[in-house]
Design a protein around this ligand. Structure first.
Ligand code: 13P
Length: 333
C-alpha cells in the first residue's frame, strides 16, 4: 500500500462512530504513580499483567478503535503469550505508540517546559512500525499562570510537535498531535479559553509550515475548563467554551478531535464529551483518547491481583461503553 493509502486506512479505522482511543501509554514514573494509588509496586511483570488484562477485555474492540502503547508494552506478550500488537489487531483495534521522550524545563523560560524526542525519531518510528504500530502520539504541555505560557514556549513546543507530525506522515504513521493545556491552577475558564486559542493557533501555523496533511492527523487536546482549584463548570459550560474556541482555530480538514481527560474524574470526562456531542454537528468527529478516565476504575478493581482480572475487564469495558455513547451524545447517567 502507498504511504497515502496507509494513512487514509488508519484514519478510517481510528475514527469510527461509537468508538474512541484508549491511552495506555503511561511512562514508568507515571504508571508507578497510578499503581501506588491502588497499593501495587510497579515492575515489568506487574505492568505486563495489568495491561495484558485490560487489553484482552472481551468486546473492547466494540468501543475502542485504537490503543496508545508505551514502548515496553509494544514488545511484550500477553498473559496468553500473544504479542500485544497482535492481541489488539485480533480485536480489530489499531496499535499505536507514544514516541515523545517526556518534558523538561525550557531554558530561559522559567516555569515553561519543552518536550524532547526528535533526535533519532526516524529510526525509532521504523522499529515501532515493524512491530505493528500504525499511529503515534507526542504530547506537549503548557502551564497556565498569570504569565505562563510564554510566547517562547508556545512557539518552541508548536515547532517540535509539527516536526514530529511531518516525520510520522512521511513514514505512513498517523500522528496524534497532543497540545495539553494543563488543568493545574486556580484560573478561570475564560483564561483557559484564551490560552487554548493561542496554543492551538500556533500549533496549526507550525503544522502548515511543515506541510502536515491535516486530513491524516488526529488532534488530542484538553477541554476548556476552569483550573482544578477553581469552582467547577457544568458540562454545558465546558462544551460551549471548548467548541467555541475550536471553531475559531481548528481547521475543518482535521477529521477527528480525541480529547484527553487530564485529571477530570471518569464521570466528568464522559459528561463533558457527551455535552459537546449534544451541541449539534461540528466539522470534526468529537471523541475521546482517555487514559485515567478509562482506566482508574479498572486499576482499583485489579489492585494487583490476577484473580481480579475479570472485574478489571468489566470496569474498563463499562467506561469504554459509556464514552462510546458520549461520542454520539446519547449518554445518560
Ligand atoms: P489522560 O486522559 O489521563 O489525561 O491521559 C491521556 C494522555 O495520553 C496524556 O498524554
Amino acid at each position: 500500500m502507498s504511504i497515502q493509502g496507509e494513512l487514509a486506512a488508519t484514519i478510517e479505522d481510528l475514527i469510527q462512530p461509537g468508538q474512541g482511543i484508549l491511552a495506555a501509554d503511561e511512562s514508568h514514573p507515571t504508571i508507578a504513580k497510578r499503581f501506588t494509588a491502588v497499593g501495587v509496586e510497579s515492575s515489568e511483570e506487574k505492568r505486563r499483567e495489568y495491561r495484558s488484562l485490560i487489553l484482552s477485555a472481551p468486546g473492547l474492540g466494540e468501543f475502542i478503535s485504537g490503543v496508545i502503547l508505551f514502548e515496553e508494552t509494544l514488545g511484550q506478550n500477553s498473559l496468553d503469550d500473544i504479542p500485544i500488537p497482535q492481541l489488539l489487531e485480533n480485536q480489530r483495534i489499531v496499535p499505536g505508540i507514544k514516541v515523545d521522550k517526556g518534558k523538561k524545563p525550557l531554558i530561559n523560560a522559567p516555569g515553561d517546559e519543552i518536550t524532547f524526542g526528535l533526535d533519532g525519531l526516524d529510526d525509532r518510528l521504523e522499529i515501532f512500525k515493524n512491530r505493528g504500530a500504525r499511529f503515534a502520539k507526542w504530547r506537549d504541555v503548557f502551564h497556565i499562570s498569570d504569565t505562563l505560557p510564554s510566547r517562547q514556549a508556545v512557539e518552541a513546543n508548536a515547532e517540535v510537535l509539527a516536526r514530529y507530525a511531518a516525520l510520522c506522515q512521511s513514514m505512513g504513521i498517523v500522528p496524534i498531535v497532543e497540545p495539553e493545556v494543563l488543568i493545574d491552577g486556580g484560573h478561570s475558564i475564560d483564561r483557559c479559553a484564551d490560552v487554548s486559542k493561542t496554543v492551538l493557533r500556533e500549533v496549526f501555523i507550525a503544522l502548515a509550515r511543515h506541510r502536515v496533511q491535516l486530513e491524516h492527523m488526529i488532534l488530542k487536546p484538553s477541554m476548556v475548563t476552569p483550573g482544578k482549584e477553581s469552582a467547577k463548570a457544568t458540562p454545558e459550560e465546558v462544551a460551549e467554551a471548548t467548541i467555541s474556541v475550536f471553531r475559531q482555530v481548528v481547521p475543518a480538514a482535521v477529521p477527528g478531535i480525541n480529547f484527553l481527560s487530564g485529571g477530570q474524574t471518569p464521570e466528568e470526562a464522559t459528561l463533558n464529551l457527551n455535552a459537546m456531542n449534544c451541541l449539534g454537528n461540528q466539522p470534526w468527529a468529537l471523541s475521546f483518547s482517555y487514559g485515567r478516565a478509562l482506566q482508574e476504575p479498572a486499576q482499583k478493581a485489579w489492585a494487583g491481583r490476577l484473580e481480579n482480572g475479570p472485574a478489571a475487564q468489566e470496569a474498563i469495558l463499562k467506561r469504554a461503553r459509556l464514552n462510546g455513547a458520549a461520542r454520539a451524545g446519547t449518554y445518560s447517567p
